[in-house]
Design a protein around this ligand. Structure first.
Ligand code: C2E
Ligand code: MG
Ligand code: MG
Length: 580
């Protein structure tokens, strides 16, 4: 290439191509000064009668224009240039200087010789019939390569070399754009279980080694076309294509679990690594982020259940409902909108009311009645149970004291208040109970606390202290829903428990299931041996009431006798069953 050849005139175009050799450069001195002063590749072009010709170039332009060619002549170089994207762009500009774009970018060449060029055109004064312009070419190759490298870095996880979360979402998006129907793809989220424990006990280097090995094994469990990414610290994402819908997705999950079943050799130790897998199936026009979140949601359930889970939309709506219930429950508690109802507990021998169980009721302004089995777990999860529990304790003891005042004497019955395991673990139960007794003036014997086996299981030491403190206040302790938890019989013997409440599931099963009868009998004789009394929950028929009475159960509770009642109705009910 003639790098020194600054002034050339070559014309190309459909007509008068022969002019290229004859026409001398016609360049104003100012323009040439401008051209030579430019530190970048530049040339002056002219369009006359549809023929594009170059009037002058600087050395850099020649280098650039010839950089991708073999040893061709200047004429050939410019001919090629004029027919290439730069020439076409320049021609269009000169043909329509007012409206055609004056800037463009394009890539030229392949592989390592690929160049990225930016072209900028500026108008120059021309003679009649000539349109002229200055072309400046910036070689952006280095810049674009740096940008591309940076972007590749941004999309790659540096530890495993896999695509990262950002890149994975892009991949899902691209796959989503191509799908014609639902369930052509699925996203699997694979979570390395107990990874933080491995990291803490063996060090982060061993943790890194484990992740790399885990990633390698994952790859070996995938099929061609599946895309693997590291989407979080101990979380991997896989995009799989499906032929037979959810069955294929579960098969992929099974393959992954198979490849993880052999122990991992990390720092000379063999460790077993388990993973939880959540699956979300892609629907047409689905947001990639949403799809990924769905798979993450499914992984949470997979952890709890212990096997791969497929995301079900209803789970997410249930989660949303739980969240809004939490907000509204907080408000309802602050505004004192909850009510306490009282369900009679009947002495099965005498048929009189032995006591009442206080049960929280919430009528929501828009949603209507919300069941305690829905809002109590939300209150437990959010910690609102502490506020709710204190409220129930105060309200129940005050109602009892109120009934005493109304009837003019101490009612021979008690009130039972439910205590959640969260209250036992986090609140000062003894303090709350003694405060409630003091402010209502009720004696401890008139109060029963219903606790579940879960309050013992979580922290037996603390539970023992709480139970003993309650006994010191003369209160009665009842084990609620007995038979559904995991408490050991040793604790049952050790702890000061007065009453076993036999869970409704065993009671209601008694009439059709001999096993339930056997369980109820066993609980009754266990209670007898330990010197405890018994209450059967969920008595809905007279047969159940008489059978349980015949088996020796002390008291019963259920819709057969009465549903939970408002305070006034409960007192009336007590009066109505009074025999003396
Ligand atoms: P629980 O303590 O086992 O209360 C007995 C539940 O069984 C009550 O449900 C009661 O309405 C229901 N029940 C009683 N007899 C029958 C029957 O014959 N048939 C049927 N199908 N059900 C019967 P509820 O009121 O829906 O309360 C559910 C659970 O919510 C309670 O179970 C208790 O664990 C919890 N809970 C309710 N109020 C409170 C509260 O103030 N504090 C705490 N910590 N938990 C509460
Ligand atoms: Mg209860
Ligand atoms: Mg119960």
């Amino acid at each position: 290439m003639q790098a020194a050849s600054n002034r050339t005139s070559i014309a190309t175009g459909p007509r008068r191509a022969d002019k290229s050799r004859a026409a001398p450069p016609v360049v104003a001195a100012d323009d040439l000064g401008l051209l030579f002063a430019l530190p970048i590749a530049a040339a002056i072009f002219c369009l006359k009668d549809g023929t594009l010709s170059v009037e002058a170039t600087n050395a850099k332009f020649l280098e650039l224009a010839g950089s991708h060619g073999a040893s061709e002549s200047v004429v050939e170089t410019f001919k090629r240039y004029a027919e290439g994207p730069g020439g076409l762009f320049t021609r269009a500009y000169l043909a329509n200087p007012g409206s055609a774009p004056d800037e463009t970018e394009f890539a030229d060449g392949e592989g390592v010789t690929r160049h990225f060029l930016k072209l900028k055109l500026s108008p120059l004064a021309g003679k009649a019939g000539h349109a002229r312009c200055l072309l400046c070419v910036v070689d952006r190759t280095v810049e674009v390569r740096a940008e591309n490298n940076l972007r590749a870095e941004m999309l790659r996880d540096s530890l495993t070399g896999l695509p990262n979360r950002l890149s994975f979402t892009e991949t899902i998006e691209i796959a989503g754009e191509k799908v014609a129907r639902d369930l052509e793809h699925a996203v699997l989220v694979v979570d390395v279980l107990r990874f933080s424990r491995i990291n803490e006990s063996m060090g982060s280097l061993a943790g890194d080694e484990l992740l790399i090995t885990f990633a390698r094994r994952l790859i070996s469990g995938l099929r061609g076309g599946d895309v693997l990414a590291r989407t979080g610290g101990n979380e991997f994402g896989v995009l799989v294509s499906l032929r037979r819908g959810v069955a294929d997705a579960l098969k992929a999950a099974e393959r992954i679990q198979d490849v993880m079943s052999a122990p991992f050799k990390i720092s000379d130790l063999e460790i077993k690594v388990e993973c939880a897998i959540g699956v979300a199936l892609m629907h047409a026009a689905q947001d990639p982020e949403e799809l990924f979140r769905n798979a993450q949601f499914a992984v949470k359930q997979a952890k709890a259940i212990g096997k791969p889970q497929v995301y079900e939309p209803k789970e997410a709506s249930a989660a949303r409902r739980r969240f809004s219930i939490e907000t509204e429950l907080r408000r309802a508690l602050d505004k004192d909108q909850l009510k306490l109802f009282y369900q009679p507990l009947i002495d099965l021998k005498s048929g009189e009311v032995a006591g009442f169980e206080a049960l929280a009721r919430w009528t929501h302004d828009d949603r209507g009645e919300i069941s305690p089995s829905e809002f109590i777990p939300v209150a437990e999860e959010s910690g609102l149970i502490l506020q709710l529990g204190r409220w129930a304790m105060d309200k129940a003891t005050q109602t009892m004291a109120d009934w005493d005042r109304q009837t003019g004497h101490e009612l021979p019955c008690y009130v039972a208040v439910n205590l959640s395991a969260i209250q036992v673990a986090r609140d000062d139960i003894a303090d709350i109970v003694s405060d409630a007794l003091r402010s209502s003036g009720l004696k401890g014997e008139r109060l029963t606390l219903e606790l579940t086996e879960s309050s013992i299981v979580q922290d037996p030491g603390r539970a023992t202290r709480v139970f003993e403190a309650l006994k010191a206040l003369n209160a009665t302790v009842a084990m609620d829903d007995f038979g559904t938890g995991y408490s050991s019989l040793a604790y049952l013997q050790k702890l000061p428990i007065d009453v076993l409440k036999i869970d409704r599931s065993f009671v209601s099963g008694m009439m059709r299931d001999p096993d339930s009868v056997a369980i109820v009998r066993a609980v009754l004789s266990l209670a007898d041996a330990l010197g405890m009394s018994t209450t059967a929950e969920g008595i809905e028929t007279v047969e159940l009431a008489t059978t349980l009475a015949a088996l020796g159960c002390s008291s019963g509770q259920g819709f057969y006798f009465a549903k939970p009642l408002q305070a006034d109705s409960a007192l009336e009910y007590w009066k109505s069953r009074r025999k003396s």
